[in-house]
Design a binder for this molecule. Structure first.
Ligand SMILES: Nc1ncnc2c1ncn2[C@@H]1O[C@H](COP(=O)(O)OP(=O)(O)OP(=O)(O)O)[C@@H](O)[C@H]1O
Length: 239
């Protein structure tokens, strides 16, 4: 569903991505690890077409991003879900209004009954069926993360991009989010790219781990394989 092939991107002399390649298969979760400043956010921006690589190709759901115009990119983005580290919920809107926001922005016509059903389903998927009338301020950090995920799910994305989904959460809540990521994957057969440094999260959610270092996919494999890699550049992530 996603192929990044030989992508290079530099900001002046700062060569952030240098021949980076990665493939994501349907139904698969790939966790991308990398030091701060390694280029993980830049990679995600390339994947959603916010940043154009200097070289290389990115194919998302069979479409070459480089060949798409604005309208084409917009259409493709409706199939991608993005879970921001900050959740990006609107504080002045109820949970229900937050969830409906992406539907209305996409100009998808739904009857009130259909909207209610979509909200109910998305909230049930994240285990928060009774929160529709609440404001985000009334929710805990873990609940806000769930609501942000519900808002992503309401558009039934084929691919979900998670930016450090457990950062700032206590370990118990973080593990709940990990299990939720797995539950979503199992229920909807979604594929996901997950940026994370949280080793417990990586172990629980990753079908494959890709390490971004020196601008390229420095190492990849299952958690067991990559964590057993003796190269200090890889090994240091797992201590
Ligand atoms: N728009 C930009 N203009 C110039 N330099 C940029 C721009 N965006 C990112 N960079 C540079 O690219 C490099 C990679 O940044 P990026 O944000 O992708 O790192 P990261 O791996 O996501 O780090 P972190 O884990 O801290 O979020 C950094 O050196 C950053 O300064």
């Amino acid at each position: 569903v996603l192929t990044v092939a030989g992508v290079c991107l530099a900001f002046g002399e700062n060569h952030v991505l240098q021949d980076f390649s990665l493939t994501l298969n349907r139904g698969e979760n790939v966790v991308v690890m990398g030091k701060s400043g390694a280029g993980k956010s830049v990679l995600i921006k390339c994947v959603i077409g916010l940043q154009r690589p200097d070289a290389g190709t990115i194919t998302v759901l069979g479409q070459d991003l480089g060949a798409l115009d604005h309208a084409g990119l917009d259409r493709l983005r409706t199939k991608l879900g993005f879970l921001f580290q900050s959740n990006a919920l609107y504080d002045s809107m109820t949970v229900r209004e937050n969830l409906l926001f992406p539907l209305r922005r996409q100009w998808l016509a739904h009857t009130p009954a259909q909207e209610a059903e979509l909200v109910r389903q998305a909230l049930t998927d994240v285990g928060l069926a009774d929160t529709a009338a609440l404001l985000p301020a009334a929710l805990s950090g873990g609940m806000r993360k769930r609501i942000a995920l519900a808002r992503t799910l309401i558009l039934r994305p084929d691919i979900i991009l998670y930016d450090e989904p457990t950062t700032g959460l206590d370990p118990i809540t973080a593990r709940e989010i990990d299990h939720l990521i797995r539950a979503v994957q199992a229920k909807y057969n979604t594929s996901a790219v997950i940026i994370s440094h949280d080793l417990a999260c990586v172990r629980l959610t990753a079908d494959r781990v890709a390490l971004l270092a020196e601008g390229r996919c420095y190492a990849q494999g299952t958690y067991a394989e990559v964590s057993a890699n003796a190269d200090p550049k890889v090994h240091d992530f797992f201590i």
